[in-house]
Design a protein around this ligand. Structure first.
Ligand SMILES: [Zn+2]
Length: 203
């Protein structure tokens, strides 16, 4: 499973999980556009089904979309076939063959079932933007600490995380750009990728 992208020079990889969410995702897109940054959105099939126009907006803006399951299942408490079916169900809504396990919880058996069809992405660091005990300042501090080449950072374009996200995102983008970093989409590695062999492909 991929937790960082080595050998990519000054590139950083922001990821937004659990959307798209009305109001929130649009604000994230506006910040990214303002700073000329690209990012990857691991959407749930359920949320894309409910907000297809938002999904289109993410794609139109040149960001990458990835699969985060249809129902955001916890792999540790879900049978492997049910888990794989849920992931494949989401492909109808999110065709790119990159997958991030919800909660980062996936069993070895589930991983074996999915790895032939998907590149499976975890992360370098969580911002903890979803956590009620983490302040916006701490969220920014945690994210900034992980600004180094090839880092994959996790945020959430959700209502729960929004106060922290809206505080952290512009400041992090500002800080990353001032240090000479570029914010890019994750590489698509598999043959089945809808977007084919992009310049970001690493294998
Ligand atoms: Zn999630």
């Amino acid at each position: 499973m991929v937790t960082h992208i080595p050998g990519t020079g000054n590139k950083l990889f922001l990821t937004f999980d659990d959307g798209p969410t009305p109001e929130i995702t649009k604000r994230v897109l506006a910040f990214l556009s303002q700073y000329n940054a690209k990012a990857t959105f691991f959407c749930t099939g359920k949320n894309v089904a409910a907000n297809p126009h938002l999904f289109q907006e993410i794609e139109k803006a040149g960001h990458l979309t990835g699969n985060h399951g249809y129902n955001h299942l916890n792999g540790w408490t879900t049978k492997k076939n049910v888990y794989a079916e849920d992931c494949h169900k989401a492909v109808q809504f999110i065709p790119n063959r990159i997958f991030r396990p919800p909660f980062g919880k996936i069993t070895p058996a589930q991983y074996s079932l999915l790895k032939k069809d998907f590149t499976i992405y975890l992360w370098t660091a969580l911002s903890w933007d979803f956590h009620s005990m983490v302040s916006p300042e701490l969220c920014l501090k945690r994210a900034t600490k992980h600004l180094y080449p090839g880092s994959i950072l996790v945020f959430h374009d959700t209502i729960k995380a929004s106060a922290k996200l809206m505080y952290t995102l512009p400041r992090l983008l500002e800080s990353g750009l001032s240090k000479g970093y570029q914010f890019e989409i994750l590489p698509l590695n598999t043959k089945n990728d809808r977007k084919g062999s992009a310049e970001h492909e690493s294998s």
